[in-house]
Design a protein around this ligand. Structure first.
Ligand SMILES: Cc1cc2nc3c(=O)[nH]c(=O)nc-3n(C[C@H](O)[C@H](O)[C@H](O)COP(=O)(O)OP(=O)(O)OC[C@H]3O[C@@H](n4cnc5c(N)ncnc54)[C@H](O)[C@@H]3O)c2cc1C
Length: 491
């Protein structure tokens, strides 16, 4: 019976394993850390629920809701409060609500008359068709203007990628925006006329997609998938080497592997842990790009013999993987703070606020966690999650927790009218948070496809390939399970 090894028990690996197992394919998930979920981690403490990493899932594809149903989690799913739709962007040193309608856009104080005129002009700007790969900043300035970049897109990019708009690639980081220009000649026209195509595909635009979590936070999803995997999940197993064999792949694994993420648990001891080998018919790599670069890979050399046997099959070391270490994952810290309701002047009734660099604050943005979901803070209190670092200020993310709280409080005092000391504090540090799909990222995606075509039954899925959001990772896991199941059926 053909078996599949999945490397990494983040949401991509767990989703892929869950669906392969349902299809009757024997699967084993190897996870370096002592827990499942990867960057997803929720804790409940002192009546608060804090998320270390992601806060919500955007339901951009029907496959996401299907996973929740298949996992039996429908009753634990929590949609964001419909009253919490307001998003704020900071300008003139204060949060201003983003307009949600056309009349609202023309009356908002968020943009000057010049920027509003730039939007009216956009449908008449010729699309660029010379094939040159632009950054999102170049695209926005070309189709709108500098003000739009500095006061809107810069903040949005910090919210999604914790990234730099001058470096992020339009086709790789924002493929849907590129498609609007390619297909409709304009963003505005694409928004107006693209609705029918989106409806047909079942895909929902990110700005309109429903958002959700679970009663006890996002961790509920990986925990549930892990429970259903049972013994097929192996924690504290670090995969160090893959060797192609005539029958598939030999994994060299080390027990009690390093925990590669966050401040959750760093096992840096130099004690040599035992290594052992185990063979599977296929491997799906669902880890991170930087760990992929460290993985030792031996590909079978092409053999002239018609039947590949252990005697004529000579694995050779492949150095191409080292290139993945070039992919930048800037560090990010998350700071969850709880306050008594009366100690915060701002209503905080909305999704949260985004902060452009030009405004000079240290935090990248804040999510109004307790406005989104009912049980995130005790009665009479509110919880908010702010992010620090990213490509904008990487050096700030690694500051000690008390310094992170101090910086966050300084900004929140000005922006939200926060008074006194927080009643709840939780910080998390991600030394390598989100991969930056910068200009030139296509090289890495092509390399992955190239390796897949040359190394049968080795597959790649996850946030470093198929999009950085949780929803993208779920869809990536669903799709790779489908692909692998079909491949394994072939003789
Ligand atoms: C701070 C932060 C906030 C975010 N906020 C949001 C949000 O609100 N909404 C949203 O949609 N997205 C958000 N994201 C992005 C989203 O959470 C991730 O893109 C997604 O969870 C990635 O899942 P994954 O399974 O692909 O990778 P990961 O979660 O990184 O999991 C990879 C796993 O592979 C394991 N691994 C790696 N190498 C090996 C090896 N050699 N052997 C064994 N195991 C290995 C790792 O230990 C890890 O557990 C956020 C990300 C961060 C960091």
């Amino acid at each position: 019976m053909k078996s599949v090894a999945i490397i990494g028990a983040g949401i991509t690996g767990l989703t892929a394993a869950f669906y392969l197992k349902r299809k009757g394919v024997p699967v084993t998930v190897y996870e370096a850390g002592g827990r499942v979920g990867g960057v997803i981690q929720s804790i409940r403490k002192d009546g608060y629920l804090a998320e270390f990493g992601p806060n919500t899932i955007l339901e951009t594809s029907p496959k996401i809701a299907q996973l929740v149903r298949d996992a039996g989690l429908e009753s634990r799913k929590l949609a964001t409060d419909p009253k919490a739709e307001a998003r704020y962007v900071v300008r003139y040193g204060r949060p201003i609500e983003m307009p949600g309608s056309v009349p609202g856009f023309f009356t908002t104080k968020l943009f000057t008359a010049k920027a509003k005129l730039a939007v009216l002009r956009e449908p008449f700007i010729k699309p660029r068709r010379d094939g040159v790969e632009e950054s999102i900043a170049q695209f926005v300035v070309r189709r709108f203007n500098q003000e739009f970049l500095d006061h809107a897109i810069d903040a949005l990019v910090a919210g999604i990628y914790a990234g730099d708009p001058h470096k992020l690639s339009l086709p790789h980081a924002f493929p849907k925006l590129k498609a609007l220009e390619d297909n409709y000649g304009s963003m505005i026209k694409g928004q107006l006329f693209g609705a029918r195509a989106r409806k047909k595909s079942g895909e929902v635009a990110k700005d309109r997609a429903p958002k959700f979590s679970f009663d006890e936070g996002l961790q509920v999803l990986p925990d549930t998938l892990a429970t259903q995997l049972g013994d097929s999940l192996k924690l504290n197993i670090f995969v160090t080497k893959l060797t192609q064999t005539p029958n598939g792949w030999m994994l060299t694994v080390r027990e009690n592997g390093r925990e590669p993420q966050g401040n959750i648990e760093h096992r840096t001891s130099n004690i040599e842990h035992p290594s052992f080998q185990i063979e599977h018919s296929a491997v799906i790599y669902c880890g991170t790009a930087h760990r992929l670069a460290e993985l030792e890979i031996e590909l079978g050399a092409p053999s002239t013999a018609s039947v590949r046997t252990a005697d004529n099959f000579e694995p050779r070391r492949c150095s191409a993987f080292q290139q993945f270490s070039e992919i930048n994952y800037p560090p990010v810290a998350s700071v969850v703070l709880g306050f008594r309701r009366e100690d915060v002047t701002h209503s905080c009734s909305g999704f949260g606020m985004l902060i452009p660099k030009i405004e000079g604050f240290k935090i990248l943005g804040t999510i109004f966690s307790s406005a989104l979901f009912p049980n995130r803070a005790p009665a009479g209190h509110i919880a908010m999650t702010s992010y620090i670092g990213g490509a904008r200020y990487p050096e700030l993310a690694s500051l000690p927790p008390e310094k992170l709280v101090e910086l966050t409080l300084a900004d929140l005092r000005v922006l939200l009218g926060v008074r006194g000391k927080p009643k709840f504090v939780h910080t998390a540090f991600w030394p390598k948070a989100i991969p930056q799909y910068n200009v030139g990222y296509g090289k890495y995606r092509e390399l992955l496809s190239d390796i897949e075509s040359k190394a049968p039954n080795l597959f790649f899925a996850g946030h470093y390939r198929d999009g950085v959001s949780l929803g993208d990772s779920i869809v990536s896991g669903v799709n790779i399970a489908e692909r692998v199941a079909v491949t394994l059926q072939q003789p």
